[in-house]
Unconditional design. Structure first.
Length: 118
């Protein structure tokens, strides 16, 4: 067993113009280093955003705390709260914003298939 931490103190502030008020605590190594998936906890501060961009791989966002809004390829925003998740297809344009702040688990990888009907 190996213990990991995704506490706020373990997060990094990436230098990326698409990320405003966002910190990332990686849980796995980057794809290409022997893993088919990548997982990280994203913290989006109040008024923060992940600006519109295409998903490089199928991507799942699951809200752990707080709330926010997301949009997909059609640009229609939907509200998310703890317990909600969305999946974007590879290549799908998407955006995430939060007025109050939000913590989300993001997982991406080629074999990602959402569980339905549970």
């Amino acid at each position: 067993m190996e213990r990991l931490s995704f506490r706020e103190a373990d997060a990094r502030q990436p230098q990326d113009d698409r990320l405003v008020g966002v910190s990332i605590a990686p849980l796995t190594e980057s794809i290409g280093r022997g893993t088919g998936f990548r997982a990280a906890v994203f913290r989006i501060g109040p008024g923060g955003r992940i600006a519109r961009h295409p998903a490089t791989l199928p991507q799942l966002l699951a809200v752990l705390e707080g709330s926010g809004r997301v949009s997909g390829g059609d640009g229609v925003e939907i509200a998310l709260a703890p317990g909600d998740a969305v999946v974007w297809r590879a290549g799908e344009e998407h955006e995430t914003v939060s007025e109050e702040g939000m913590t989300a688990l993001i997982v991406e990888g080629e074999g990602l298939v959402p569980a339905r009907g549970r």
